[in-house]
Design a protein around this ligand. Structure first.
Ligand code: Z5A
Length: 229
């Protein structure tokens, strides 16, 4: 248990998008910029970030394991449900949580990609998160085929989800685009605010765009941080 500190609640900022768009890279840059600004921060990845979540991640990504779509959804949601208490503790302690994927990934992969019923998955997700919503979700925009091509996986080959069909990955990418529309966001208040970031360009250039977008939400957040190079 993390001891609650005096002061304000932390914020939850999520980085989302299809494969290889640079979420993990940008989570690192955003966290570094927050630390420079003296803001306590942790990075969590989904699925994962807890003992149970990392075990589930191993199963979900193992290309040798056959998992039915509903079972896949329950596994992602089980990992998330386990992570929620850590997230709540961090936020109560005033720590900013930078999440490498969260529940828009479930909406994109399990609903749009696998074709599971939206209402059931959204309800099950609410059970997992207990009504929690992120303060801001950034969807990184990058061409889907280039993103998939970026992933090397240390020579291990595609994981169980990467090896899905091109049509599956196109549906996932299209869903992330739809999440950026005002109509979709009005219909999904449970997701909190969602903003797009152009993820083309160098790592540093994308990091500046991410920070500029976060600054639009919280203008004073990076005031004491030096400008990124
Ligand atoms: N999933 C799901 O189905 N349902 C859910 O609810 C959740 C997840 C939560 C998690 O795997 C899988 O689970 C994922 C979705 C599914 N499936 N797939 N496929 P993951 O987290 O291991 O996979 P990922 O998020 O797709 O991939 P990734 O490797 O973590 O990609 P990324 O974080 O977006 O990119 P990156 O690691 O930061 O960068 C990839 C490479 O590009 C790397 O070599 C970087 O050095 C390079 N890079 C990054 N930025 C740049 C720039 N700007 N220029 C050049 N090169 C760059």
């Amino acid at each position: 248990m993390i001891r609650p500190a005096a002061g304000h609640r932390g914020r939850m900022i999520v980085l989302e998008g299809a494969e290889g768009v640079g979420k993990t890279t940008q989570a690192g840059h955003l966290a570094a910029a927050l630390r420079e600004a003296d803001a306590p921060v942790v990075i969590v990845r989904e699925p994962g970030a807890t003992w149970l979540g990392e075990k589930i991640r191993g199963l979900l990504l193992d290309a040798r394991v056959d998992i039915e779509p509903p079972a896949e959804a329950f596994l992602f949601l089980a990992a998330r449900a386990q992570l929620m208490s850590d997230i709540r503790d961090h936020l109560e302690a005033g720590t900013t949580v930078v999440a490498d994927r969260f529940f828009l990934s479930t909406y994109a992969y399990q609903i749009a990609g696998r074709g599971l019923p939206a209402d059931l998955i959204q309800s099950a997700n609410q059970l997992a998160v207990g009504g929690f919503k992120p303060d801001l979700t950034l969807v990184l925009n990058f061409p889907v085929h280039e993103g998939l091509g970026r992933k090397g996986n240390g020579g291990r080959g595609p994981d169980r989800i990467e090896q899905a069909s091109a049509a599956f990955h196109e549906s996932v990418a299209a869903a992330f685009q739809e999440f950026l529309t005002p109509e979709w966001q009005r219909a999904h208040p449970e997701c909190g605010p969602v903003a797009g970031v152009d993820a083309t360009g160098t790592e540093a250039a994308v990091a500046r765009k991410v920070i500029a977008t976060v600054t639009e939400w919280w203008p004073s957040l990076f005031e004491s941080a030096p400008l990124l190079g």
